[in-house]
Design a protein around this ligand. Structure first.
Ligand code: ASP
Length: 446
């Protein structure tokens, strides 16, 4: 990959956009989502315009993902002299994904059991219960019905995820942006390039190297619009939060936020310091762009180009490792999502007065772990997984609808937070694998 200048120091305009966007969102909130009466038409127009510009930016980022991922995986692997150690890297990566998500789910379980956000004095919170019933009847139910339809026929099984990884038609997988299938095919293609008799075909190798450089340059251009896009993304995210319900949900929001922060600021730094042997402060600084981007977009997939760029340019992780760990991680490694799913299900059970036995909690943990692998890296994707977990934990259809109706009102800000943890987990994985492969990662501890 051609080295352009480091992306350090570009983050201030993004921070300013984030803060001013949030402030504008707060000012607009009473007009966009009033507790009573209809929203103001002019405020709706502003939200529409913001969404339009934010959408343009997200579309542009998504546009580069498929060619960038394909080209960088192939040029990263096909450039290897031999495949010795490649399978080992794959195993280490999967071991890290599973370990990270399992720890995250346990953190979620611990917080939700300690804080018990759905209970008052050991009994289901009546205000929350009433809010759930109201949500079941309000128009949110329409949106919930839509999500429930998407979940129909969906399973949280590993077999399904493995099946999805083998595409029947590569062009179709690319057209649909089915990343897991695309990644698997790209790896297969690159491995075949290394093993083809007579050595890697030079022309193919050059083509993919150059394609990576071109796609990286386009990413850099798109990134120049980040501050404006962040401003437009954050306004609707804040303005559409229903503040009336929010008051009742404060303990729940604090539980999710506390657990996510604990994973981000305690568990991950420990992994960085003692397993990856990289200074956490240096890593956080190097990852400013992906952190801000994942928070603003609530999409791990849309953040892929930025994550790869920061890892290679700031952390000096090789293309081989970054192109393998990041796209795969954005698709299957979701620490924040796994944690969130667990908290939501146990919280809803508390409000509904469902007493989850230890075995049932264990099932929730397992399903949260497995289903987070299958969740797509796009906003609100985990809601479908939550439905599937609830079905398996014995919730009735109405209970699921009521729970979803309640948590939907505050899902977007929490989505932004969990996506940040998802993406940060991928970056920690990348430096950890890079270090274990003997790479000279920035901020390493001797
Ligand atoms: N928005 C999340 C992501 O892209 C997925 C989710 O939890 O909804 O990582």
């Amino acid at each position: 990959m051609s080295s352009s200048k480091s992306s350090h120091g570009h983050h201030w305009p993004i921070v300013i956009a984030l803060v001013s966007g949030a402030a504008a969102g707060v000012v607009l909130q009473p007009f966009v989502s009033p507790a009573e009466g209809d929203p103001a038409a002019w405020a709706g127009k502003i939200i529409e315009v913001c969404r339009f510009f934010a959408d343009l930016f997200l579309r542009a980022l998504k546009m580069v993902i498929v060619p960038l991922v394909v080209a960088s995986i192939i040029s990263g692997i096909a450039g290897l002299k031999s495949l010795d150690g490649f399978a080992r890297m794959g195993l280490k990566t999967w071991a890290y994904y599973l370990f990270g998500s399992l720890v995250a789910v346990c953190v979620g379980l611990m917080f939700v059991n300690l804080v018990q956000p759905g209970l008052v004095d050991g009994a289901p919170n009546p205000t929350l219960r009433a809010a759930m019933d109201a949500a079941l009847e309000s128009e949110e139910a329409g949106e919930v019905g839509e999500i429930m339809k998407n979940a129909e026929g969906g399973t949280a099984s590993l077999v399904d995820i493995v099946r999805r990884a083998v595409p029947t038609n590569v062009i179709d997988a690319c057209a649909k942006g089915d990343l897991l299938a695309i990644i698997m095919f790209s790896i297969l293609f690159a491995v075949a390039m290394v093993l083809v008799p007579g050595g890697p075909p030079r022309a193919l190798q050059d083509t993919f190297n150059q394609l990576t450089d071109v796609m990286t340059l386009i990413t850099t251009w798109i990134m120049k619009f980040t501050p404006y896009a962040v401003f437009c993304l954050v306004i609707p995210a804040i303005a559409t939060v229903g503040l009336g319900v929010l008051q009742n949900l404060v303990p729940y929001v604090l539980t999710v936020a506390g657990a996510l922060l604990f994973h981000l600021l305690v568990i991950m730094p420990l992994v960085l310091r003692f397993i990856a042997r990289v200074r956490p402060a240096a890593h956080f600084r190097n990852m400013e762009d992906p952190l801000l981007m994942s928070f603003s977009t609530a999409s791990s997939t849309a953040t892929i180009p930025v994550t790869m760029r920061s890892l290679m340019e700031n952390s000096k992780v090789s293309e081989k490792v970054a192109s393998f760990v990041v796209p795969l991680g954005a698709t299957v490694n979701m620490n924040g999502t796994a944690l969130y799913e667990c908290v939501v299900v146990v919280f809803a059970a508390q409000v509904l007065g469902i007493d989850l036995s230890l075995t049932q909690q264990f099932i929730v943990v397992l399903l949260a772990l497995v289903s987070s692998i299958g969740v797509a890296g796009i906003p609100a994707a985990s809601l479908v997984a939550i439905i599937i977990i609830m079905q398996n934990a014995g919730f009735s259809e109405d209970m699921i609808k009521a729970s979803l109706g309640l948590i939907l009102t505050i899902d977007r800000p929490l989505d932004m937070a969990r996506t940040t943890v998802n993406v940060f987990g991928d970056t920690v994985g990348a430096v950890l694998i890079a270090r274990s492969e003997g790479e000279d990662v920035d901020g390493r501890v001797a």
